[in-house]
Design a protein around this ligand. Structure first.
Ligand SMILES: Nc1ncnc2c1ncn2[C@@H]1O[C@H](COP(=O)(O)OP(=O)(O)OP(=O)(O)O)[C@@H](O)[C@H]1O
Length: 237
């Protein structure tokens, strides 16, 4: 079986008359973490929304686990085993941490349940201490952890993480890095949208850099790190 889990081919996305993604093409491989890097407004979130069917591709193809998913409804794409952790987190603010997790519980596409409340709380000790707290009363970093934990309750095989470190305190950023590393060791595939390449070093294998909706680099993150031309031109570092 091919190790390509996600395959975008010539994807074009528009918001109304505005052309946002131009012939976007890249692959994510099983059990690896791909960093989708680019400055503010480069098109990272739009790429994730295109994969989820929220900002549908006008042309091109998106293949997941061997079959085409472009043109399918977001709920159908989610049911195939893709989980999105959105940039704005979208926790249910009036509900407790426990309820946020319980609401999201469902078996994976293969019918298996790998994540239960118990092992989520083992993996997220910060959340375990605040099970009864309303999500709206938590800090941005705690909400980010909750959003990630809630995604895992759906037992996804591919996780799309949209700028999980943005605007958070260093201690939470470290915790999120630790979680991504440990998720990766479970064999799940991760696409991580980030502005900050340094955050991705050590937790990602591959990298794609986008600028103004176009791919300007595809390769390993280690090769990217050494490429001063690309990092200097397209990343804010
Ligand atoms: N709903 C929308 N309608 C019109 N244009 C949009 C919409 N959402 C995003 N855009 C535009 O699409 C482009 C790509 O935005 P996108 O959010 O995908 O970038 P990003 O790389 O995720 O950056 P950010 O870090 O700001 O989220 C930007 O020029 C943005 O202004």
């Amino acid at each position: 079986m091919s190790d390509v889990v996600l395959d975008l081919r010539g994807v074009n996305v528009f918001y109304g008359a505005s052309h946002i993604l131009f012939d976007m093409g890249f692959q994510a491989r099983r059990g690896r973490t791909l960093a989708l890097l680019g400055r503010n407004g480069a098109g990272k979130s739009t790429t994730m929304k295109a994969i989820m069917g929220v900002a549908p591709a006008r042309s091109g193809e998106i293949h997941y686990a061997g079959s085409r998913i472009d043109g399918q409804a977001p709920h159908a794409i989610a049911r195939r085993g893709i989980g999105l952790v959105p940039e704005d987190r979208q926790v249910f603010s009036r509900h407790s941490v426990d309820d946020n997790l319980r609401i999201a519980a469902k078996p994976g596409a293969d019918g298996q349940t790998r994540w239960t409340m118990d092992n989520i709380y083992d993996a997220f000790p910060i959340l375990a201490k605040m099970r009864g707290r309303a999500a709206g009363m938590m800090s941005g970093g705690e909400q980010q952890l909750l959003s990630m934990a809630r995604c895992l309750m759906g037992n996804p095989d591919l996780i799309l993480l949209d700028e999980p470190s943005e605007g958070l305190a260093p201690i939470i950023v470290q915790e999120i890095g630790r979680l991504i590393r440990s998720l990766r060791s479970t064999g799940v595939t991760i696409v991580l949208a980030e502005q900050n390449m340094h955050f991705c070093l050590g937790i990602s294998d591959d990298a794609v850099v986008i600028d103004k909706g176009q791919i300007v680099y595809r390769g390993t993150i280690e090769t990217l790190k050494a490429d001063k031309d690309i990092t200097g031109r397209y990343l804010a570092i």
